[in-house]
Ligand binder design. Structure first.
Ligand code: GAP
Length: 476
């Protein structure tokens, strides 16, 4: 059985082999930290996105969804603080010329120390980061003799800030006025539309606006597959509340979002909360929901109490009044905001890691094994596979009939090639929860064999019950 690091590598290979994730522009040797989703990956990603969207909007009467543009007026990013503050402290090794994010460099070193020493080092780092003490951070790296992984030397530059936003030019005139950014978070598209949605939707506080979409960050240390990408997708929700109620709503969303994760059947021990020590420029409290990937506990989602920072700042920069009249207390105010922000690609990686199993099925000296992805039925890229036992005797026609009756309700896959056992294995590898085989008995009594992915058990059921069975599992 694979070790954790090996397991991560095995998952990456599996993602490629079975059409989940490909390196972007692979025929040109790829583009660092940019990935494409293949036929199974795109569907899995869409199913995760749809589940989030439904949970946030359809299941909450006071949350609506929007779809704002990636390009926004450049002043947006001045107002949001991203032009001045969206940067990470970096350090370069003078010998290898390799650039590191300071926290990643120190964290990497801490992982190789004893638990106690590692904890002490991270505590020192957190304090220095909090104080923006760059000279102190450099000294910490030097004192601990933290070396570059390429040159193996400790010959470091000073620590400097590096802005993570990508910029481009709008229109054909290349002067500074036309410089715009690719959004580094989707949240600002929600803030600048606060009044539009509140007024046209006659929304009453507390209410939320949700959105999914691409975000772009020029990550310096982009590694670990789709965990840290330069182009990725976020699923964010800004919840607008009365000032003074932020503590209770923060606690509410912290719990509510963990419940959402657990609703997908992943064991609670695989999750933990991590409170932020160094808060982003907009937050007065922040917590990460972390998942235990094969590479360790890592952030999947953030819940941030963003105060009235964004709306207030957009009011100041746009010179447009962005306020809400609360009829219950007869007062005008700028709402406070609790944000929930989850990376879709990270949720995708989590879903694959939680589902991936290598099983040894050797029995009576006969070697056998399988790789199975135990996705929840609602997320599986294919939900039902339909196999005629043979290509003749009218079996394909019956199988196609079943396919036609089911395909508008969920994703079906039809295959008539190879032995049934091999067809099952291929479906296990892409996580199809149910396979149905149509054989000669079907012609006699209208029953089919349904085979369950997780325990590999099989039973005969009436063909006209298949659709209902699958639908019930998907809607569980
Ligand atoms: N609007 C708040 C915000 O963007 P964040 O913690 O910077 O907060 C939120 O990002 C989520 O977006 C993260 O929890 C993570 O899941 C995802 N994310 C951030 N940077 C990412 C990257 N480079 N690649 C993939 N996902 C990323």
């Amino acid at each position: 059985m694979a070790t954790d690091q090996n397991k991560f590598q095995a998952i990456i290979s599996h993602c490629k082999e079975y059409g989940f994730v490909f390196q972007s522009s692979e025929i040109y040797d790829g583009l660092s930290a940019v990935y494409d989703y293949g036929q199974n990956g795109a569907q899995l990603k869409k199913n995760i996105r749809d589940y989030w969207w439904k949970s946030m909007t359809q299941m909450h009467e006071n949350i609506v969804g929007i779809d704002a543009a990636i390009f926004m007026h450049p002043t947006t990013w001045k107002a949001s603080g991203h032009v001045d503050n969206f940067s990470d402290p970096m350090i370069d090794n003078k010998d290898s010329k390799k650039r590191y994010r300071v926290d990643h460099l120190i964290e990497g070193h801490a992982e190789n120390l004893s638990e106690e020493a590692g904890k002490a080092l991270l505590e020192q780092m957190d304090n220095l980061l909090k104080e923006n003490d760059f000279a102190g951070l450099k000294k910490l790296i030097e004192d601990n003799k933290i070396a570059c992984s390429v040159s193996k030397t400790v010959n470091w530059t000073d620590v400097r800030q590096f802005n993570l936003m990508f910029s481009t030019q709008l229109g054909s005139v290349t002067d500074e006025a036309s410089e715009i950014y690719l959004r580094p978070e989707t949240a600002q598209g929600i803030f600048v539309n606060f009044l539009n949605v509140q007024k046209t939707g006659r929304m009453k506080i507390p209410f939320g606006i949700a959105q999914t979409g691409k975000a772009f960050r020029n990550e310096i240390v982009a590694r670990q597959f789709i965990f840290r990408m330069r182009e990725f997708e976020q699923m964010e929700m800004q919840f607008f509340i009365r000032p003074g109620t932020q503590k209770e709503w923060y606690a509410y969303w912290k719990e509510e979002r963990l419940k959402w994760h657990l609703s997908l059947g992943v064991s609670p021990e695989s999750y933990r909360y991590h409170d932020h020590v160094k808060l982003a420029h907009y937050a007065d409290a922040a917590v990460d929901i972390e998942y235990e990937f094969p590479i360790g506990f890592k952030e999947v989602e953030g819940i941030h109490s963003r105060t009235d920072f964004d709306l207030k700042s957009h009011q100041e920069y746009s010179k447009k009044k962005i306020q809400y009249f609360d009829t219950e207390i007869n007062q005008n105010y700028i709402p406070y905001v609790i944000e929930t922000s989850i990376g879709l690609d990270r949720m995708f990686l989590l879903t694959i890691c939680a589902a991936y199993e290598e099983q040894d099925l050797t029995k009576d000296g006969k070697e056998d094994s399988r790789v199975v992805l135990k996705f929840p039925a609602k997320l599986a890229p294919v939900q039902l596979a339909i196999f005629p036992l043979t290509k003749k005797d009218g079996l394909p026609e019956i199988a196609k009939e079943l396919m036609d009756s089911c395909k508008s309700a969920f994703y079906c896959f039809y295959e008539e090639k190879d032995a049934i056992g091999r067809r099952y294995r291929r479906q296990d590898a892409i996580g199809t929860p149910f396979c149905v085989t149509i054989d000669h008995q079907t012609k006699e009594d209208g029953t089919v064999t349904i085979r369950y992915r997780d325990n590999m058990e099989q039973e005969r059921i009436p063909m006209d019950k298949v659709k209902e069975l699958v639908l019930n599992k998907i809607n569980e």
